[in-house]
Design a protein around this ligand. Structure first.
Ligand code: KG4
Ligand code: ZN
Length: 349
């Protein structure tokens, strides 16, 4: 029986390491690179790789110290092998292999999106929240790279109901913020501006694919609608209207997410909804999603701690614990390689 897992995630711009036991997180340390990427308006892969390489040993060390454990007490190493930036993922995988060889313990390779899906069940060191699994769920994963509606049938068993055909929800928010002259990441900036006008929707931007019979998303047309609106305006008008533009754009994205989630609930008859990913930290999305799910007589589950919305190794460790319980280990550790475009379906058992 696997007890203590050291988990590593270097899929994007956070160098993150956690020590977990089952669903309990004993320690979690991350080194965020966001400040290094801000001036480029997004994540630069080569900068990300170098920063991961420079920091990974320190982050591993710190996570063990915080958990008050030395490496010999680790039973297994978990590492994200996709999806993500290839050259960033490689840093975590290399480190996992090094540790595995030095302490002669196995590696479990984990899909980053599985981590986001399990993130509402990750517990603190005291075992809170106590929420038990009650399958099946509808999972809505919304981050900078992904927008997916998932049928989470049972442990490690997934079906993708729909996904975005172009931009992810977070990417749309980031691009909108940039068009309005703001920095990266755009999601929190738009949330703040929108709250200052009580999340009003005075521009009624198009809700992309809202009437389509499927569970697919498309956000690039919405982005174009904003671009045209901005072009119509003088600088003075733009400055005066920034809050309303931000709020209306955010509403268009969130209403679309909500409508498709509701459609998925009705279609499947499942009324328990999970939300994961960076966009799911947004209070407006949480409030409106909670209200919508309540009208369907259901419940909605979010990550309990803010860091779990973003890229983190704790959720990767928790997935690895579940995989270990189900007997899924990497066969030969050396065969693990990065899979930048790894799909949730490839990790479904
Ligand atoms: O999950 P995440 O950290 O990284 C990916 O795996 O992509 O998500 C990052 C995304 C960015 O697009 C960012 O703008 C968005 O999450 N985000 C937010 C908020 N905070 C971050 N979106 C809406 N509201 C927020 N408060
Ligand atoms: Zn992520």
């Amino acid at each position: 029986m696997i007890k203590t897992i050291l988990a590593i995630d270097t899929s994007c711009d956070e160098t993150s390491v956690a020590v977990v036991e089952g669903r309990r997180v004993l320690s979690h340390v991350e080194y965020s690179q966001i400040a290094m990427h801000v001036k480029w308006g997004g994540v630069v892969p080569s900068i990300a790789r170098r920063a991961h390489e420079e920091r990974i040993d320190w982050v591993v060390e710190k996570a063990l110290t915080k958990a008050k454990l030395d490496l010999q007490r680790i039973d297994c190493i978990a590492v994200t092998y996709g999806p993500g930036l290839a050259i960033a993922l490689e840093v975590g995988i290399k480190k996992a292999k090094e540790i595995s060889q030095s302490i002669k313990k196995p590696i479990i390779a984990v899909n980053h999106m599985e981590g986001h899906l399990y993130s509402p069940f990750v517990q603190n060191s005291k075992g809170n929240p106590k929420t038990d699994f009650k399958f099946p769920y509808i999972g809505l994963l919304v981050s900078g790279g992904h927008t997916e509606l998932v049928l989470f049938k049972d442990h490690l068993t997934y079906e993708i109901l729909g996904e975005t055909r172009d931009d992810a929800a977070g990417e749309a928010l980031d691009k909108a913020a940039r068009m309005m002259g703001f920095g990266y990441p755009g999601g929190p900036i738009l949330e703040r501006l929108a709250s200052q006008v009580n999340n009003q929707d005075i521009y009624h931007f198009p809700r992309p694919m809202i009437g389509s019979m499927d569970f697919e998303f498309s956000f690039s047309g919405l982005k174009t609608a904003l671009l045209y609106k901005l072009k119509e305006m003088t600088e003075a008008e733009k400055n005066k209207e920034l809050k309303n533009l931000a709020s209306s754009f955010q509403e268009a994205v969130f209403q679309t997410l909500m409508k498709k989630t509701k459609k998925a609930m009705i279609h499947t008859g499942i009324n328990r909804v999970l939300l994961g990913g960076g966009v799911a930290v947004n209070n407006r999305l949480k409030t409106t999603m909670r209200a919508m799910v309540a009208t369907q007589g259901g419940s909605v589950f979010f990550p309990s701690y803010k860091y779990l919305n973003f890229d983190n190794a704790a959720m990767i460790g928790v997935v690895a614990s579940i995989r270990a319980e189900h007997g899924f280990f990497a066969t030969v550790d050396d065969t693990i390689d990065r899979e930048p475009r790894l799909s949730l379906l490839q990790s479904s058992i």
